[in-house]
Write a protein that binds this ligand. Structure first.
Ligand code: PHE
Length: 522
């Protein structure tokens, strides 16, 4: 269509050197000249395209024209209300008069009401008894004729007075319009070459670029909208979790060390060196470098000793100890490795160590102060496990972990804390099941009732950290530390209705979904 219109403009110009008024053109495929507003808009598009190639120039003329309202458009199709009333009535003496109620059913309430008044005024209809009849044999529906004229020309020959009347009746509205006078441009031609938009290697080698016509740059073009950054669903849920911890008075742990030693990931947590989780099929080990710097000496000795010989009321594992196993570097399999390092730091004052390196004198302890300060710590970060990948398992995922250290904490405190925390996440229906962790006793698995799956699903793991872990760190005997961990991916998948973890993370993630996922944090 666009090409046909351009060709028409060029052919017309070729014949008569200018197009005085574009309203006289008949757009290809239409039956009437292009008097309407929309038609002139279409022509303007064609003119601008030709103008950019200097094939034509044009002048713009502003007009005030009129357009039909929906009611006006209906009258063009069906006739005015008064004409429809007249048409519905019998001629005088030609059958029984029509009652006003019957008239309403024939032409509708609106037409009956408005049309009757106007038809009486024009002397088209008359009363006969309680009914209505035609009083003239034929009528001219001026309103319809005028609206037809406005529709095709945008104005009325009859003049402004009649236009004002139609405006008052809300059948037409005034509209600004444009029409154009077109002249030949400096590169006038009647054959429009396809414009090249790219200079290609082929054009350079064949020499075709010499004769090609290139499309001009349009520096005014809006360009492709740039999209801003978007938050990944995991980040949004992480933020929500972070806020819950912060409002409960927790402090975030530094968890940037993805690489840990076997010592901090397992030994410090009283995980035996022979534990199956430490095997290659469960843990990723580093090959270069493969060993860590030595851990703090005296602490290291206390840890190895509790493993081999026991102590603090424990028998220990009574199994051989390997320094190499302890020094092996690995990708941490849980964020509890970071929690262990933080707890060790928290116990520094209890050990009487110079915490901030300002000299011994800063370890100020009143008489009876053992240096312990309660702490509430949390983290949300990445962990790695050598898993078989499937719809719900990845080799790297995120753990959420909360740890509380205080004197005399009980299992009831742990359960209470978990209930409060999960309630803030919108999960109130919880159950606990005894479980086993090498570093906690007792240990509890956390189950939540999944309203959509209609069953109990395991969502986390928790427990009271063992004395074999806490006492070598230097904590006083009455200090209890409890903690729990959940995955970040599963609640996120539930929130966003994702059932395959690989569409949430990894190369199969759809950027579009990330960009379109709701911006709000839950
Ligand atoms: N580290 C445990 C896990 O990976 C979670 C946990 C944290 C359990 C703290 C007890 C205490 O599942």
């Amino acid at each position: 269509m666009a090409e046909l219109l351009q060709q028409l403009i060029l052919d017309t110009l070729d014949k008569s050197s200018q197009i005085h008024d574009t309203r006289t053109l008949t757009i290809p495929g239409q039956s009437e000249p292009a008097a309407s507003h929309d038609a002139q808009i279409t022509i303007l598009g064609a003119l601008n395209s030709l103008l950019s190639r200097e094939i034509v120039t044009y002048d713009t003329h502003e007009t005030l024209s009129h357009a039909l309202t929906p009611e006006g458009a209906q009258i063009v199709l069906e006739g005015s209300h008064e004409a429809r009333v007249w048409a519905a009535l019998p001629a005088k003496g030609d059958g029984p008069p029509l009652s006003p109620a019957d008239l309403k059913t024939r032409v509708g309430d609106e037409a009956a009401k408005v049309g009757q008044g106007r038809a009486f005024k024009s002397g088209w209809i008359a009363k006969e008894g309680s009914g209505l009849v035609k009083s003239v044999p034929s009528i001219t529906d001026t309103t319809q004729l005028q609206l037809r004229e406005v529709n095709s020309t945008g104005t009325l020959e009859a003049g402004e007075k009649h236009l004002a009347e139609l405006r008052k009746r809300k059948l037409i509205v005034q509209r600004k319009g444009q029409w154009f006078t077109v002249h030949k441009g400096s590169s006038f031609t009647t054959s429009i070459a396809k414009l090249e938009t790219d200079l290609t290697v082929d054009m350079l080698t064949s020499g075709a670029w010499k004769t090609s016509t290139f499309k001009k740059y349009n520096f005014e073009a809006d360009g492709i909208p740039t999209s801003g950054g978007a938050l990944h669903p995991l980040l949004k849920v992480r933020e929500e979790i972070r806020n819950i911890f912060l409002e409960m008075g927790f402090e975030e742990m530094p968890t940037s060390s993805f690489v840990e030693s076997g010592f901090w990931c397992f030994d410090a947590l009283f995980v035996p060196q022979q534990h199956p989780a430490r095997e290659l099929q469960d843990t990723f080990y580093l090959s270069d470098p493969s060993t860590s710097l030595p851990p703090p000496t005296s602490y290291y000795d206390r840890v190895s000793s509790v493993h081999v010989n026991g102590g603090y009321g424990s028998l220990g594992y009574r199994a051989p100890w390997s320094d190499d196993e302890s020094r092996r570097l690995l990708l941490r399999t849980h964020t509890t490795a970071s929690s262990a390092a933080m707890l060790y730091k928290l116990a520094a004052k209890c050990r009487g160590e110079d915490v901030d390196g300002e000299g011994k004198g800063d370890v100020t302890k009143d008489a009876g102060d053992d240096g312990f300060r309660p702490a509430k710590l949390f983290s949300v970060d990445r962990v790695f496990r050598n898993e078989t990948l499937d719809a719900t398992h990845l080799a790297e995922f995120h753990q959420v972990e909360g740890v509380v250290a205080d004197r005399g904490l009980t299992l009831a405190d742990l359960i209470g804390f978990i209930r409060v925390w999960f309630k803030k996440m919108g999960m109130e229906n919880l159950r606990f099941k005894p479980a086993y962790n090498p570093y906690t006793e007792p240990s509890l698995e956390i189950f939540a009732f999944h309203p959509l799956l209609h069953k109990w699903v395991e969502i986390g793991n928790s427990g009271m950290f063992r004395p074999e872990m806490l006492e070598p760190m230097g904590f006083p005997k009455d200090v209890r530390v409890h903690g729990w961990g959940i995955g970040l991916e599963r609640p996120t998948m539930i929130r966003y209705g994702i059932n395959n973890i690989r569409t949430l993370v990894g190369h199969k993630t759809s950027i579009e979904n990330v960009e379109n996922s709701p911006a709000v944090m839950f």
